[in-house]
Structure formats: structure tokens, C-alpha cells
Design a protein around this ligand. Structure first.
Ligand code: ACO
Length: 278
């Protein structure tokens, strides 16, 4: 038996002023990730990725949770009962949309409105930026029910937090609130719940003003160079810059022109005006 909500209804979204607000939409199950939700999320990401009306994607949750991690019944127990093939298929559906999100064409922001557990760390890390309610709760609860933080969660914890904090977080099964999550590096900032959307909108609006080719190249570069030696990173960045230039030479030239010739802005203080681009 699976839940009664239709697959299409496990994810909700709307697009407003260039921002796609995508929601985990199983509030009655605290937005835990079932195979249906994972498949639907991939469809929604697919639909929005090259939609010209979308400049930034925000991932948030309906109700009291961001996501209570994997669905212990529908993702774990029911698939384990079917056998290894079903387990692997469910994994690839979940990991597939997280990977898609990690390398998404548009900038992405996690807006963590409530509970965020275990498997939820996959999409949390996949988003480029993360903002949470100060009373949101983050936990690697795997240890509390007898597994290790798999599905990338251990890697996420060690990527984002210093080793002692990651170890404590993974071994103790205690939750931290949004304020502590910001201090530990899991997210960028924590805000009172009623101010969260306003702050995320403000950040998204800044991103909407930037050159989108440069933004995609920048977000990829940050993730790629983390795993490179200095020399490899230097080489990668030369190639990435050249590739970005070949796709957006005019934007880059316009940025230089508005500063050097027109004197209409200063790059140290804000973005050039993309609407002036010929
Ligand atoms: N898997 C399956 N069902 C879940 C999950 C989950 N991860 N989380 C919540 N639910 C279900 C509950 O079973 C319950 O279903 P029911 O109404 O049919 O009984 C419903 O969602 C509501 O959950 P409650 O526990 O009643 O909600 P409450 O607000 O009191 O508690 C909390 C919220 C703390 C998030 C709690 O639901 C919980 O501990 N969930 C599990 C969190 C977790 O450890 N997730 C797994 C992480 S490990 C991993 O992802 C690999």
C-alpha cells in the first residue's frame, strides 16, 4: 500500500516574477521522500530547468516540514520487501534528482521552513544557497533507527561541517536548530520564520540581476574546484572562463563598457544593467 495522494500532487510549484517556488508537498507525511515524490520532483525540475520565465529556483516544503528524509515505509521497507532491483531503482530515482539539482542550470536556494532529516541533506546540499527558519530542526536521525547516514548524507555533513561537528552530528542523533545550522555551516543564514520568505526573495532578486551564463559557470566552479589541487583548479578555471565567454561574449563586453566608457555603475558595488545589452 502506498499513500493516497497522487504522484503528480507530491510536488507543487508556482512561478512568480522569475522565481520558481517548488514545494515538497506531502505535509501529512512531513514531506518525507517516497518513490512517487522522487519521480515527480525530477519531472518538475525537468520542466523548469530551461523555462525562460524562471531565473532562480527555490525549494521549500508545505506545512511544518522541509523534508523528514526518506519515507521509511514506501522508500525503505516496501522496496526492501521487493528485492535488490527495487531498492536500486528507488535509490537512482532519489539520487538522480539530487544530482540534477546539484548541477542545475539555474541558481537554486533551499528555503528550510521546518524539519530537515537524513535524506533531506541530499537536496539541501544540492541547492547552491540555503536559508532556514531559526526554529527549523536539522538532524541526521539515521543512527536513531539503526543505519548509517547513507545516500550521500555523511558526505554532505563532512563537506559542509568541520570534522568534529560532523562526527557529533552523525553519532549523537540530536537535532540542531536553524541558528546552530548556520553557525555550523549547514546553511547560509537563519531568520525568524515570518521573515524567511522575504529574505529569500531578496537574495533571489539579486541573483536575477546577474549574468545567467556567469552564474552557472560560477556555481559549477565552486563545486568542482573543491575537489581539485590548486594547479588543476587554475587550469579548469581558465577553460571554464573561455567556455563561458564564447557563450556570452556580449554580456561580458557590455559589463566592461558600462563601467569603463559609460561610467553608469561600479562592479565593486553591484551588477551592470543587463537590459541595456544589445
Ligand atoms: N517516513 C515515513 N513516514 C513518515 C516519516 C518518514 N521519514 N516522517 C513522518 N512520517 C509520517 C508519520 O509516520 C505519520 O504518518 P501517519 O499520520 O500515517 O501516522 C505522519 O508522517 C506524521 O508524522 P508525525 O510523526 O505524527 O509528525 P510530528 O509532527 O509529530 O513529528 C517528525 C515530525 C519529528 C519529523 C517525525 O515524523 C519523525 O521523526 N519522522 C522521521 C524523521 C526521520 O528520522 N527520517 C528519516 C531520516 S534517515 C533517512 O532519510 C535515510
Amino acid at each position: 500500500m502506498t499513500s493516497e495522494r497522487s504522484e503528480a500532487d507530491t510536488v507543487a510549484y508556482s512561478v512568480e516574477n522569475g522565481i520558481a517556488w517548488v514545494k515538497f508537498n506531502r505535509p501529512e507525511k512531513r514531506n518525507c521522500m517516497s518513490p512517487q515524490l522522487n519521480r515527480q520532483m525530477m519531472r518538475v525540475l525537468d520542466e523548469l530547468e530551461y523555462d525562460d520565465s524562471v531565473g532562480v529556483l527555490v525549494l521549500t516544503g508545505e506545512g511544518t516540514a522541509w523534508s523528514a528524509g526518506m519515507d521509511l515505509k514506501e522508500y525503505f521497507r516496501e522496496n526492501e520487501a521487493k528485492g535488490l532491483g527495487a531498492v536500486r531503482q528507488a535509490q537512482s530515482e532519489a539520487y538522480g534528482w539530487w544530482r540534477r539539482l546539484r548541477w542545475y542550470q539555474k541558481p537554486t536556494i533551499a528555503m528550510v521552513n521546518g524539519w530537515c532529516f537524513g535524506g533531506g541533506y541530499g537536496p539541501l546540499h544540492a541547492c547552491d544557497l540555503a536559508f532556514a527558519a531559526d526554529d527549523a530542526q536539522f538532524g541526521l536521525s539515521e543512527i536513531n533507527w539503526g543505519i548509517l547516514p547513507g545516500g550521500g548524507a555523511t558526505k554532505v555533513a563532512t563537506n559542509l561541517m568541520p570534522m568534529r561537528k560532523a562526527m557529533y552530528h552523525a553519532m549523537m542523533g540530536e537535532n540542531i536548530d536553524g541558528t546552530t545550522a548556520a553557525e555550523w555551516g549547514l546553511i547560509n543564514e537563519a531568520h525568524p520564520a515570518d521573515a524567511l520568505r522575504e529574505r529569500v526573495t531578496e537574495v533571489a532578486n539579486v541573483l536575477l540581476e546577474k549574468n545567467p551564463v556567469a552564474l552557472k559557470a560560477t556555481k559549477d566552479a565552486v563545486r568542482r574546484v573543491m575537489e581539485m589541487t590548486y594547479d588543476n583548479a587554475e587550469d579548469y578555471l581558465i577553460r571554464a572562463q573561455e567556455a563561458a565567454n564564447s557563450f556570452d561574449n556580449d554580456g561580458r563586453k557590455e559589463g566592461i563598457k558600462q563601467f569603463i566608457d559609460d561610467k553608469t555603475y561600479k562592479p565593486g558595488l553591484g551588477s551592470y544593467d543587463r537590459t541595456q545589452q544589445g
